[in-house]
Design a protein around this ligand. Structure first.
Ligand code: SF4
Ligand code: SF4
Length: 92
């Protein structure tokens, strides 16, 4: 049975069914194993099996040959004003 995403979990990975050619690349490239695609079945779409484990690394998006993937960044992430240099303690 295919893994099914939990309905109450935000899914940041949207796949356009009209563009997807079921090539498996997004499943193969995802470092977090977030995306599951039945390897030998060209008829089934990828499933975002573990959306809450996405790292927002963008590899699936940049690897998809048909540009079928869109990543939705949560607002708190977009609005984040963290001063990374200060956080890392490199301010003299
Ligand atoms: S953004 Fe990265 S971690 Fe998230 S689904 Fe895509 S490849 Fe996986
Ligand atoms: S990489 Fe793109 S075209 Fe290939 S299975 Fe994933 S979403 Fe579909």
């Amino acid at each position: 049975m295919l893994p099914q995403p939990k309905p109450d979990v935000f899914n940041p990975i949207r796949i356009d069914e009209k563009l997807c050619i079921c090539c498996n690349l997004c499943d193969w490239i995802c470092p977090g194993d977030v995306i599951y695609k039945e390897e030998d079945n060209k008829e089934t779409m990828p499933v975002i099996a573990y959306p809450d484990e996405c790292w927002y690394c963008g590899l699936c998006d940049s690897t998809c040959p048909t540009d079928a993937i869109t990543i939705i960044f949560p607002k708190p992430m977009i609005d984040n004003q963290t001063d990374v240099v200060r956080l890392l303690g490199k301010v003299t």
